[in-house]
Write a protein that binds this ligand. Structure first.
Ligand code: USQ
Length: 397
């Protein structure tokens, strides 16, 4: 297939591009390189030294003989460029990662809230709008988030996207209907992914677009089989308070002797997936498009759930790191249970990589190897969800 990877320079986009290129597909990365600009804005860099996208694709070609094409286009800002590119290339499938993906970054200030909403909602809408206008019947696979559900199971497992409900009619009969699981975002970033869901629902219904939405959990790890092939193909690895996700942060903190930064009691339970499984899930989703005219296909892209305090204790036990129990900068439930249905990917052949010591050690090794690149002052998470939280965190004890 000819596949366009929107946001193919990012943390999941890059290994996905390599994985699909390796599987024989013709890959076109479309990216505005915003993630690299945000690094500059925040004054942080990936733990792993990352080459330019042009250099990365050159190394991939030298290593494998396969070409990955790169096009500098901003989905949210350059509608006409995007439309021209789609008209010329007419890809068979489009994978959409081209969104600002960090919850803390989205909550930093009013400007960051606006940027996240404008960027994410416009990118998604521009893409669908252009597809309809060009009569492009490409399968769109979007990277969504488990965060659209909120994180409480109220005693029942979270289904894959749709909730069966019975509605009582005026005549007392019960009519059954599948509705989108009630959206319950916990940040401006997660809110944009909830808005995406509505946009998808409309375009699938109105224009028969074929759309798959992947509700992904927190990704951990850094290498995939393909990024391992050459040191210049290495994936990015974020450890800072805005973009670093919790498990990868704990692993780098352990490697540099920084107390593990648990927010609150650490009673939050979240869904997780290893980066290798993430790219495999995208491949599986691409191979199983919904029929034209059917509703949006939704998968829960996660393999296990863990409590944050449990993860911290596990890593402390493995490495001897200390744990720091910090005031929580986020407005979120101090504790929750989480049970998630994920049978659809398992039935289609996903073999989950679960959190094992060996794999955790592998990430600690990456962290140790590049520890000299860490700026310890960028480790704390300082983005507060509300003014009150900001005031209470910054108050001297
Ligand atoms: N947390 C800590 N200590 C830290 C960092 C985080 O205790 O140093 C806690 C947070 O308070 C939160 C949990 O760990 O309760 C997860 O935080 P996170 O930063 O790992 O994940 P999150 O902000 O939810 O976002 C990440 C990705 C996002 C993706 C989402 C999947 O950045 O793109 O959509 O995970 S999910 O969490 O399932 O919604």
């Amino acid at each position: 297939m000819k596949i366009a990877i929107m946001g193919g320079d990012g943390f999941v986009g890059w290994p996905t591009s390599l994985h699909l290129s390796n599987a024989g597909h013709e890959i076109h990365i479309i990216d505005n390189l915003s993630r690299r600009w945000i690094d500059t804005e925040l004054g942080v860099q990936s733990l792993t030294p990352m080459d330019s996208i042009q250099e990365r694709t050159r190394i991939w070609h030298a290593e494998t003989g396969r070409k990955i094409h790169f096009h500098l286009i901003d989905l949210a800002q350059d509608y006409q460029l995007l439309k021209n590119w789609l008209a010329e290339e007419r890809p068979d499938a489009i994978v959409h990662f081209a969104e600002q993906r960090a919850a803390p970054y989205s909550m930093k200030s009013d400007r960051h809230k606006n940027y996240t909403v404008n960027n994410n909602v416009n990118a998604t809408h521009n893409l669908l709008n252009a597809m309809v206008e060009l009569d492009l019947d490409a399968h769109l696979v979007h990277l969504g988030t488990m965060g659209v559900y909120g994180y409480s199971t109220v005693g029942a497992a979270i289904p894959e996207g749709y909730l069966p409900v019975g509605i009582e009619t005026m005549t007392g009969e019960t009519v059954k209907q599948d509705i989108l699981y009630p959206a319950n975002p916990g940040s401006i970033y997660h809110m944009t992914k909830c808005l995406d869901q509505l946009i998808f629902q409309f375009y699938a219904k109105n224009d028969n677009l074929r759309i798959t939405d992947l509700h992904q959990g927190i990704v951990w790890g850094t290498h995939t089989d393909q990024t391992r092939r050459h040191e210049q193909l290495v994936n990015r690895f974020d450890y800072d308070g805005d973009y670093g996700t919790v498990l990868n942060r704990f692993l780098i903190q352990a490697a540099i002797g920084y107390p593990l930064t648990v927010h609150g009691t650490g009673g939050q339970t979240r869904a997780f997936i290893h980066i290798q499984d993430s790219v495999r899930c995208i491949e599986i989703a691409l191979g199983n498009p919904p029929a034209r005219g059917s509703k949006v296909e939704i998968f829960n892209q996660m393999t296990e759930t863990h409590r944050i305090s449990g993860l911290a204790k596990m890593i402390a036990g493995m490495t001897g790191a200390e744990i720091a129990w910090l005031p929580n900068p986020r407005k979120e439930a101090a504790e929750n249970d989480l049970v998630v249905r994920n049978e659809k990917f398992l039935e289609l052949g996903l073999e989950p990589t679960t959190l094992k010591e060996g794999l955790l050690e592998e990430v600690v090794d990456v962290a140790k190897k590049f520890a000299y690149r860490v700026d310890r002052s960028r480790v704390p998470a300082v983005s507060a969800w509300t003014r009150d939280i900001a005031n209470s965190i910054n108050r001297d004890p």
